[in-house]
Design a protein around this ligand. Structure first.
Ligand code: ADP
Ligand code: MG
Length: 276
């Protein structure tokens, strides 16, 4: 299902947070939203799952404006996994996963055997079967992430939204999560901090800076050292992953700006030698 942002502007309490965001994610693509802290990634994602209402532009899913669709329809089309929903539910793990079935249930019918089977399958898929009977609140951060991914999976949506899904995860499960997500074949939008994870697993990336989408497209085209320096303020070197051929980025801090009129730092031989 296609997701399209057209000229999306979002303001909170009178101040603009997102400005003229325009890009699209084709059906089945995995899109990474990257950008520094506070650049508007979460806010832009919230406009897609009907939490932050744009004051300009449109957000369409499957060609329809999400803000004109019934909330229940949006809930069936879009599954969301964010840091915010990790509020400590006073529920067992299996019940947390079953919450993902709510958009499909009518009235107080409760969970059907089909719902239970889906929940158990989803827990198995994220390697969390052993956690099924545990209280959710007592899990580690990484265990919670697995369970919340399972909750998103049972929703059987066509679009998946992930906001910093790999926080709290060890490296093995970071890779596993990205592989699970890639195998789902859903249109996926993921706010990611790790540029190498984005380069390795995303079909496209959209780069945000100060609420604007400054670049979007395939990682190999977009993630240039110049862009990374401009957006993140760090020096980057582009290598090629020996196993996958994907871009691999190595970082170093930019040199500190030289204060004008004073000699350079003692280790800076060039400056020293040419100093009067
Ligand atoms: P990111 O996810 O890229 O870190 P956010 O979308 O969370 O960025 O935030 C973008 C900007 O909007 C930040 O400056 C943040 O302080 C501000 N912001 C986000 N949510 C709110 C809110 N509810 N009230 C006021 N400001 C907010
Ligand atoms: Mg965020």
């Amino acid at each position: 299902m296609i997701v399209e942002f057209s000229d999306v502007g979002i303001a909170i309490g009178g101040s603009g947070i997102v400005h003229g965001a325009t890009f699209r994610v084709e059906p089945g693509q995995v899109a990474g939203l990257i950008g520094p802290n506070g650049s508007g990634k979460s806010t832009l994602l919230r406009s897609l799952y009907r939490v932050a209402r744009p004051h300009t532009g449109t957000v369409r899913v499957g060609g329809e404006d999400v803000w004109r669709l019934p909330p229940r329809t949006v809930a069936r089309r879009i599954a969301v996994m964010t840091q915010e929903t990790t509020a400590d539910f006073d529920l067992g793990v299996l019940d947390v996963v079953l919450l993902g079935r709510l958009p499909h249930q009518r009235g107080f019918g409760g969970d059907s055997p089909h719902d239970l089977a889906l929940a158990e399958r989803a827990l198995a898929r994220v390697g969390a079967t052993a956690l099924a009977e545990r209280p959710f609140a007592a899990l580690s951060g990484g265990e919670k992430q697995r369970v919340l991914l399972a909750r998103a999976l049972v929703q059987e949506s066509q679009v998946l939204v992930l906001d910093e899904p790999t926080n709290h995860l060890d490296i093995a499960f970071q890779l596993e999560l990205m592989r699970i997500v890639g195998d789902l074949g859903l249109t996926t939008l993921a706010a990611l901090h790790d540029l190498n994870l984005a380069a390795a697993h995303c079909d496209i990336v959209a780069v945000l800076r100060a609420g604007r989408v400054v670049a979007h497209g395939p990682p190999a085209r977009v993630l240039t050292p110049a862009l990374i320096r401009e957006v993140f303020g760090v020096r980057a070197h582009r290598l090629t992953h020996p196993g996958t051929g994907r871009p691999l980025i190595a970082f170093s801090s930019p040199p500190p700006p030289e204060p004008s009129g004073t000699p350079g730092p003692p280790h800076d031989r060039t400056t020293k030698e040419h100093a009067p």
